[in-house]
Design a protein around this ligand. Structure first.
Ligand code: PLP
Length: 424
């Protein structure tokens, strides 16, 4: 199994990208897919906000699980059953340590979308009533809008929206003004998947808590790219997804305060989430298991545990510094492209750059860039309300990860200049 190439701390020197002399070229070589050619050109993968690439250590762990340990969790006394259960519970413990939370407060699930729906159906639906309000922000992903609309329709609660400043930061004055007594829940992104804006979630959650408002933070774009201490943030719910943090698809988790989980009814019923079942009634298991009905993605969670090991060995602070250096380089290079407009210029920003080039449609640019081996996303990025506010039908989005390189940034901008000429 390939270990990530973090340096020996005793010889480490803080380098150009703020990292302790990490050999980023060797780190990149841990990702087999990045060696690919696409349309005859070396791949430049700038779509990590969509899904992240996987290091060999993760791929090999999933492979080894199916080759050597495959069994169902908690249902068998045999050796393989114990090994599968241990692999799954090991992921819960590792994720809990990684985010500084208790393992028994972590519900493992298929990802952020499931995690937010779990809160919507198990916490909000039984609680909310006409006259209550749910507070969202303009920059939310559809996964943090649509579940609340479904709940609002069924409970009669209202939805209120905090708007943004021109640079893509949250209007904090408006946020505070909208934190009125009828607001029961504030649900917001830690980091925007379109603008890259990093929200001051710690301060926001403190203010909400003071006013008795329950908070849910969507950490999909934060956990893969920066150190995250959920306890320090002080929210009530924190949702994230495994496939953006070097882990397999179909993995993720919801963290929630123990007392909230204890009071919430199950969302999905079935095997594994019960203590006892009879036709007269069912006694549910304790949290987090009462929210984990059915057979989970065991191999996926074994892989996610390997992803956490991988990220921890590199160090989240060094990953953040590396990505910030790549972001600064990309932003500077793009600022030299005539007619190019960047959406989202918040002072604290993750390595996500949404842009448009005058006279070129976003989809045309992305299609021609694909022919140059460049993978970027174009469209509305599951954020229609944000695109409506920006006043554009679509944007291109280049999103980076630590495994990208400065050379790729330059090749990407050269390819962009070339395809732009083709579009006239
Ligand atoms: N929230 C944000 C901010 C995202 O960027 C995404 C995925 O792009 C999601 C939620 C949904 O994540 P998943 O599809 O893994 O459930």
């Amino acid at each position: 199994m390939n270990a990530p190439h973090a340096p020996d701390p005793s010889t480490a020197v803080r380098g150009e990208d703020g990292a302790r002399g990490t050999d980023w070229a060797r780190v990149r070589a841990d990702f087999p897919l990045l060696d690919r050619r696409v349309h005859g050109k070396p791949l430049i993968y700038f779509d990590s906000a969509n899904t992240g690439q996987k290091p060999a250590a993760v791929i090999e762990t999933v492979d080894a699980f199916y080759r050597r340990h495959n069994a169902n969790v908690s249902r068998a006394v045999h050796q393989l059953g114990s090994e599968a259960t241990e692999a799954y519970e090991n992921a819960r413990r590792k994720l809990a340590r990684f985010l500084n939370v208790r393992a028994d407060e972590l519900v493992l699930c298929s990802g952020t979308t499931f995690a937010i729906n779990l809160v919507a159906y198990s916490w909000a639906l039984p609680q909310l009533k006409p006259g209550d309000a749910i507070l969202l922000t303009r920059m939310e992903h559809h996964a943090n809008i649509v579940p609340w609309q479904l709940v609002a329709e069924r409970t009669g609660a209202a939805i209120k929206v905090v708007e943004l400043k021109p640079d893509g930061t949250l209007d904090l004055e408006m946020l505070h003004a909208l934190m009125t007594p009828e607001v029961r829940l504030l649900a917001l992104a830690h980091v925007s998947n379109v603008l890259g804006t990093v929200n001051p979630v710690r301060e926001i959650c403190r203010e909400a808590r003071r006013r008795g408002i329950v908070t849910l933070v969507d950490g999909s774009q934060a956990v893969p790219h920066r150190p995250v201490d959920v306890k320090a943030i002080g929210c009530d719910f924190y949702a994230f997804t495994g496939h953006k943090m070097c882990g397999p698809t179909g993995t993720g988790a919801l963290w929630a305060r123990k007392e909230l989980l204890a009071a919430m009814p199950p969302f999905i019923g079935g095997g594994e989430m019960i203590k006892e079942v009879s036709f007269q009634g069912t006694v549910y298991n304790d949290a987090p298991y009462k929210f984990e009905a059915g057979t989970p993605n065991i191999a996926g969670f074994a892989g996610l545990a390997a992803a956490v090991d991988y990220l921890e060995t590199l160090g989240m602070a060094d990953i953040e510094a590396r990505e910030q250096a790549l972001l600064a380089h990309l932003t500077e290079e793009l600022s030299g492209v005539e007619g190019l407009r960047i959406f989202g210029t918040a002072p604290e920003k993750a390595a996500v750059v949404s842009f448009l080039v005058e006279g070129a449609h976003a989809h045309d640019l992305a299609t021609l860039l694909d022919l140059e081996g460049v993978a970027i996303r174009s469209g509305q990025h599951c954020a229609h309300p944000l695109l409506q506010w920006l006043g554009v039908a679509a944007t291109c989005r280049a999103s980076l990860a630590f495994y990208n390189t400065h050379e790729e940034v330059e090749r990407f901008v050269a390819a962009l200049r070339k395809v732009r000429k083709l579009l006239g």
